[in-house]
Structures are given as structure tokens and as C-alpha cells.
Design a protein around this ligand. Structure first.
Ligand SMILES: [Fe+2]
Ligand SMILES: [Fe+2]
Length: 231
């Protein structure tokens, strides 16, 4: 990682400049592959999570306590850099969400053939994502988060049942377009709740468990390959 500027002490900013706004503006000026070094007297976890959201999950950071506060290294990942597990999955969630919106747009234009094709493709990709989470990732959370893992699997079953209905509706003629739109809306609501719960509650468990496994690189490669093959 390379620094695009020296360490910025967040307590040294003028009082009328909010540190969050300032750091966000500085990050926006950096190119992918560049980094910022910061110093904060307060634990910066939440601060960095908010920036991560604003920067569309392109940040990688490290925090080192120095006895008075934290030295923070924030790196903007470039396209060529491989994503860690949580970001790999989060990006696939975003892809699925975009696909749902794209199908609704096809339906809005009364483009039934495109809507049908995109619905079937969405089903294949989402089933592959769910199979992967059930087979490879659920075991990572079993010890630390058994109830969350069981809930995730129940939600997966519900989502697969919705996909079965979507496939069936997509197999009819264009008269079914309103029904397809309705079921897509229900799927979008299910995904919204499910993805948020996974990202905020399970991804941290999976990330920690993966880091402890001797086969972590091979497992992460398998996750990436299976998602790429299904997209
Ligand atoms: Fe899931
Ligand atoms: Fe997921």
C-alpha cells in the first residue's frame, strides 16, 4: 500500500470542519490504489464503517493503538485487487439487487422476453449464492452463531420457495407480468432484510473463522470461483 499524504491528525482540524466530512472529501480525491494515514484519539471503528458505506465498500483499513489513540491506514482498493470474503459476498448481494431492479425495468417497458430471461438468470445466480452459503459458509458460523446460522438457512429456504414461484410465473405468457412484478417486489423485500442481517451479523463471524483456517486461501478462491461461475 502507498500513502498519498502524510499522517493527518484528526484533532488538528479547524473546529468548524467535521472530521468525517473532511476525511470523506480527502478519500474522494485519492485514486484507487492510494491510501490515507490518519490519527484519531477515539476508537475509529464506527467512523470507518460509515466511510466504507459512503465509499461503496472499496476501503481496506488497519487500526493500530499507540497508547494515546489509533493510527489508521485507509486504503482505497483498486479493481485489480482481490476482494476479501465479506466484500466478495457483499458485491454479489449488490449484483443480485441490481438484477431485481433490472427485471422490474424490463416489466415497466413491457419487455416480457427480457424479463423472463433475466428472471431465470437471477434464479440461477441466487440459488448458487445460497447453496454456497449453506455448504461452505454456514459451517464457519456454527460455533459462534448457531441461532443466526439456523435463521439464515430458514430464510434461504423461504427465498428459494419465492424463486420457484418466480420461475413458474415466468414460464407463463405476458398476461402474468403484473404477477411477476408483485413476486419480484416480495423477493426484494426478503432480500433486503436477509442481506442486511447477513452482512451485519454473520459476515464478521465468517471472516474471523476463515482467518483461523489453514485452508483459508483455497476456501476463499472456491467462493470467488463459484460466484463468478454463477453470475
Ligand atoms: Fe444468504
Ligand atoms: Fe448472502
Amino acid at each position: 500500500m502507498t500513502s498519498c499524504c502524510p499522517v493527518l491528525d484528526l484533532t488538528a482540524l479547524p473546529p468548524d470542519i467535521a472530521p468525517y466530512r473532511y476525511v470523506y472529501a480527502r478519500l474522494r480525491e485519492c485514486a484507487p490504489g492510494e491510501s490515507l494515514c490518519l490519527w484519531s484519539p477515539e476508537e475509529p471503528g464506527l467512523f470507518l464503517e460509515q466511510l466504507q458505506h459512503q465509499m461503496r465498500h472499496t476501503l481496506v483499513w488497519s487500526m493500530t493503538p499507540d497508547g494515546r489513540g489509533w493510527l489508521i491506514h485507509v486504503h482505497i482498493r483498486s479493481e485489480e485487487e482481490a476482494l476479501p470474503l465479506a466484500d466478495t459476498l457483499r458485491r454479489d448481494h449488490e449484483t443480485v439487487d441490481h438484477r431485481v431492479v433490472a427485471i422490474m425495468a424490463h416489466l415497466g417497458r413491457a419487455d416480457w422476453p427480457q424479463a423472463v430471461e433475466a428472471t431465470l438468470r437471477l434464479g440461477r445466480a441466487l440459488r448458487a449464492h445460497i447453496d454456497l452459503e449453506n455448504e461452505l459458509l454456514a459451517p464457519l458460523g456454527l460455533n459462534q452463531a448457531p441461532e443466526l446460522t439456523a435463521l439464515m438457512k430458514r430464510e434461504h429456504d423461504e427465498i428459494v420457495a419465492q424463486l420457484d414461484i418466480l420461475d413458474e410465473v415466468a414460464g407463463r405468457d405476458q398476461e402474468a407480468c403484473h404477477e411477476l412484478d408483485t413476486w419480484l417486489g416480495l423477493l426484494a423485500a426478503s432480500l433486503n432484510k436477509h442481506e442486511y442481517r447477513e452482512e451485519s451479523l454473520l459476515f464478521p463471524h465468517w471472516t474471523r473463522a476463515l482467518a483461523l483456517r489453514p485452508d483459508r486461501d483455497a476456501l476463499l478462491d472456491t467462493v470467488r470461483e463459484r460466484l463468478a461461475a454463477a453470475s
